[in-house]
Design a protein around this ligand. Structure first.
Ligand code: ADP
Ligand code: ADP
Length: 222
């Protein structure tokens, strides 16, 4: 579960977040839509503990981000717009490296199993060296999140720059993660993607949530 309570962030005199109240339950996929500058990245950076709120707080599984920034890192996985991998390591070696940083020591077959879940098994032994498409790198990002067994996932524009097939493929994995009971917050510009996968849609404007709807309200069905 993820929650922000009266979250406020000022950069000098400018209020990038104004009393933001968000709540994403277990198994929910919350799409945070908004134009550039709306405050999506600021929200994610505070949740990640990379930035301090000016006032208010955020909670991950009930734990205060401002009071326990180290502890919340164990509950979270972050998938940026572009996942950065070590070019001299294969897919499986990258996964091994990042899971060891997170304190997990998996066997080769467990790591293969994680890559299998994201449909990347055939690339496990290829080095990155520019050969991985953006879609593949995003999937390695998901595999790293699974390796950490993160219950809360923060995705920042994860499908920007992906072609429609890679977007659909990635979206299907995100949908499954929600069905497994993970809590997902996804900042995005892509309303079509948001409607297709999200259980809830929030629209941010100038640091405020101006709309919050279940995503079904955006479709013609039901
Ligand atoms: P989004 O992710 O929705 O594009 P951001 O959270 O990046 O929005 O930015 C929200 C607002 O805060 C923008 O006006 C941006 O220019 C400003 N901003 C973001 N980060 C900083 C910073 N480190 N210093 C000053 N202003 C910032
Ligand atoms: P996005 O739309 O993905 O948020 P941005 O270009 O708005 O991308 O921001 C990229 C990074 O730069 C963010 O970490 C944000 O905090 C920072 N940033 C954005 N605006 C400013 C600003 N005016 N001054 C300093 N840093 C900024």
């Amino acid at each position: 579960m993820l929650k922000t309570v009266n979250l406020h962030k000022k950069y000098n005199e400018y209020s990038a977040l104004k009393s933001l109240n968000l709540e994403v339950g277990k198994g929910e996929i919350f799409a945070l839509l908004g134009q550039n500058g709306a405050g999506k990245s600021t929200t994610i950076n505070i949740l990640l503990g990379l930035m301090k709120a000016t006032s208010g707080d955020a909670y991950i599984n009930g734990i205060s981000v401002s009071e326990h920034p180290q502890e919340i890192k164990q509950h979270l996985a972050y998938i940026p717009e572009t996942v950065l991998l070590y070019p001299n390591l294969t897919g499986i070696e990258n996964l091994d490296f990042f899971s060891k940083i997170a304190g997990f020591n998996y066997t080769k077959s467990e790591l293969s199993e994680l890559l299998l879940r994201t449909g990347l098994q055939e690339l496990a032994h290829e080095k990155d060296l520019g050969g991985y498409s953006k879609g593949m790198r995003q999937k390695v990002g998901i595999a790293i999140a699974l390796a950490k067994d993160a219950k809360v996932l923060l995705l920042d524009e994860p499908t920007s720059g992906l072609d429609p097939i890679a977007t659909a493929d990635f979206t299907e994995i995100v949908r499954q993660l929600g069905q497994e009971g993970r809590t997902i917050l996804m900042a995005t510009h892509d309303i079509f993607n948001a409607v297709s996968v999200a259980t809830n849609i929030g629209i941010m404007k100038q640091g405020e949530l101006v709309q919050h709807l279940p995503s079904k309200s955006f479709t013609a069905e039901e």
